[in-house]
Ligand binder design. Structure first.
Ligand SMILES: Cc1cc2nc3c(=O)[nH]c(=O)nc-3n(C[C@H](O)[C@H](O)[C@H](O)COP(=O)(O)OP(=O)(O)OC[C@H]3O[C@@H](n4cnc5c(N)ncnc54)[C@H](O)[C@@H]3O)c2cc1C
Length: 461
């Protein structure tokens, strides 16, 4: 059997190592820069006893393999939740998906949205969309675009909708059906069932990171090298250079480090810097607000909430103590909110003031009533947060991924393969598993090459 090297102990790298062990292949070594496994799916418990994920991680899956692994890793360790997701806009809550529930908007905005949809049905724009802005024009209409889609998506992605492609949308954005929208308005009903994650589970203790800590704990420790950054990749000679100066030979490399960094730190930089320049990303600020007391009535059952307006810096806030009461130090006496703020060269964030800006945003949007109830705050910036599905991304990936494979490098996972549409934990783990299955017995890698199939309907379910 060939020797496998793996970079990264996030879901992708751990998935690859897990699968190799499962197949009885023990000739692998995993190198992780951090001292803790989990990657972006890690969790932290701060000095006040609040547990935080790196952004609210919702556990839902497209794969039986992933579900079975979750059951195996934490057999009794889950809370199960119904999604309760809302949009805060014009000083009120509108249920998610926003598009189906515009009946809750004030009269002017409601009419603007309906007018845009009617216009869309009367005069559908010709041709296929070439970017996300045009996709919105063709599926949501001008009213929804102005009221929600444009401002909200800029806050999430940190790039204007014109910079994003239309290819990633799939199951991520609800397409509007005029009849359904009008019926909801006339019936006065909330239409909340759409989407793949309408139920989800969450670890009882230790946040999302507890899953990946447990996966790492069960792997042979002598092959799992934490606190071991890979400094340089000699692709032509199939050799890793570790920070310590040691060198490691491999036959196949499964790498989950960010693809732009892989190129930069390899002997292929001359050849691949141009295609890598098509990769864009945004950074994420995760701001935790630990609160005294109990959540106000209107947050008691909410999971996460979206914020399209500029009275707050965050695009999403999770009531993180609702996912597990043990995410707060004294359940029943404390609770927690976790806010996410995006940053990019096109959207500046002030590191000095971002926590204070989030607190002010929480007051402006009535998430909290008073600063006096705040017990503790926590902040972390993720350099690589979201792999941007930019207009020219696929041009770069179309060169990078196949070219690296010629050198025995399978770059996979959230930032390894850079495909937002298959970059959640389940997708990432499966990219690691499928890379192994491909290298060992030639099975097709469905997730990285066929996102719309893995995310699409499963008629057999
Ligand atoms: C704000 C936010 C919200 C999210 N919400 C959800 C959600 O609700 N549901 C969900 O399923 N997923 C969610 N995700 C995605 C989830 O975190 C990822 O799917 C997952 O962590 C990706 O796994 P990965 O192994 O591909 O990459 P990563 O988790 O990024 O792991 C890569 C690892 O490689 C290591 N590394 C990098 N460079 C080197 C080097 N040179 N040498 C050695 N090691 C190196 C890193 O330290 C890291 O541990 C969210 C992510 C973010 C940022």
């Amino acid at each position: 059997m060939p020797k496998f090297a793996i970079i990264g102990a996030g879901p992708t790298g751990l998935g690859a190592a897990w699968r190799l062990e499962e197949l009885g292949i023990h000739d692998w070594e995993l190198f992780e820069a951090d001292s803790v496994p989990g990657g972006l799916a890690k969790s932290f418990t701060d000095e006040a006893g609040f547990t935080w994920d790196l952004g609210g991680h919702v556990q839902f899956s497209h794969y039986e393999y992933f579900d079975n692994l979750m059951d195996d890793l934490l057999p009794d360790g889950w809370f199960h939740h119904e999604r309760e997701s809302w949009v805060w806009i014009r000083d009120r809550w509108v249920p998610y998906p926003f598009q189906f529930n515009i009946g809750r908007l004030p009269e002017k905005e409601r009419w603007d949205c309906v007018k845009g949809l009617v216009e869309l049905y009367r005069n559908p724009p010709p041709g296929k969309p070439t970017n996300f802005s045009e996709w919105i024009d063709r599926t949501q209409g001008a009213g929804l675009k102005d009221v929600f889609m444009r401002p909200y998506n800029y806050k999430v992605w940190a790039y204007p909708v014109e910079d994003l492609s239309a290819t990633w949308v799939g199951e991520r954005v609800a397409v509007v059906d005029l009849e359904r929208v009008l019926k909801n308005i006339f019936d006065g009903t909330d239409d909340v069932s759409w989407g793949p994650n309408n139920t989800f589970r969450f670890p009882k203790n230790g946040g999302t990171g507890s899953i990946w800590k447990e996966a790492a704990r069960r792997l042979p420790q002598e092959r799992l090298h934490l606190s071991t950054p890979v400094r340089h990749i000699e692709a032509k000679n199939k050799k890793l250079h570790l920070d310590s100066g040691a060198k490691v030979d491999y036959e196949y490399l499964i790498s989950s480090m960010p693809l732009d960094q892989l190129v930069k730190h390899s002997d292929l930089a001359d050849k691949l810097t141009e295609p890598a320049s098509h990769l864009q990303f945004s950074s994420s600020h995760i701001v935790g607000i630990g609160m005294n007391g109990q959540p106000p009535d209107d947050l008691e059952t909410k999971c996460w909430m979206y914020f399209p307006e500029d009275n707050s810096p965050f695009y999403r806030v999770t009531v993180f103590s609702n996912y597990s009461k043990f995410n707060a130090p004294r359940p029943g006496e404390t609770w927690s909110l976790m806010a996410e703020v995006s940053e990019s060269p096109k959207k500046h964030v002030d590191l000095e003031t971002v926590v204070e800006d989030c607190i002010q945003g929480a007051l402006n949007t009535k998430l909290i009533n008073s600063r006096d109830d705040i017990l503790h705050t926590w902040h972390m910036r993720l350099g690589h947060g979201y792999p941007t599905p930019s207009v020219s991304r696929d041009k770069g990936l179309g060169v990078l991924l196949p070219e690296l494979m010629k050198y025995g490098i399978w770059s996979r996972g959230r930032f390894g393969a850079w495909k937002y549409e298959v970059s959640n934990q389940d997708h990432s783990l499966m990219q690691g598993v499928e890379a192994v299955d491909h290298l060992v017995y030639g099975a097709p890698e469905m997730t990285v090459w066929y996102p719309s199939i893995v995310n699409g309907p499963k008629p057999w379910k």
